[in-house]
Write a protein that binds this ligand. Structure first.
Ligand SMILES: [Zn+2]
Length: 117
């Protein structure tokens, strides 16, 4: 069973995010790389060290097979702002993620829980 890590995100996080440049719509012509801030990662129980930089990652959506790019900026946000587990990786395209979110929300509502969004 995975222990849920409790991470406290202070106000500094918001301020940092404001300083970030707007996410560029990289067509993956030029590889974008962003430095990894190791101190803000959710590494779970592993002791392996993360890479120094995030790079755009191309992947195929596990639901519809569409090719998508998970940009370095999105990864940085996911790992450092959203507190995503570091070894979790994008598996669905934007459309399927939205569908999946809606599906889970429905499931929760049907189970009698309040939605959390
Ligand atoms: Zn998809």
């Amino acid at each position: 069973m995975l222990k849920k890590l409790c991470v406290v995100w202070g106000n500094a996080t918001g301020a940092m995010a404001m300083q970030d440049k707007r996410i560029r719509r990289s067509k993956n012509k030029k590889q974008e790389r962003l430095p990894v801030d190791e101190s803000r990662l959710n590494m779970g129980n592993t002791y392996s060290s993360p890479p120094d930089y995030y790079y755009d990652i191309e992947f195929e959506c596990k639901d519809c097979g569409k090719a998508e790019v998970w940009t370095a900026a999105q990864q940085k946000w996911w790992y450092e702002e959203a507190g995503g587990y570091f070894f979790a990786t994008a598996v669905r395209c934007r459309d399927c993620r939205a569908r999946e979110r809606a599906r889970k929300k429905d499931a929760r509502a049907q189970a009698g829980h309040d939605t959390d969004t």
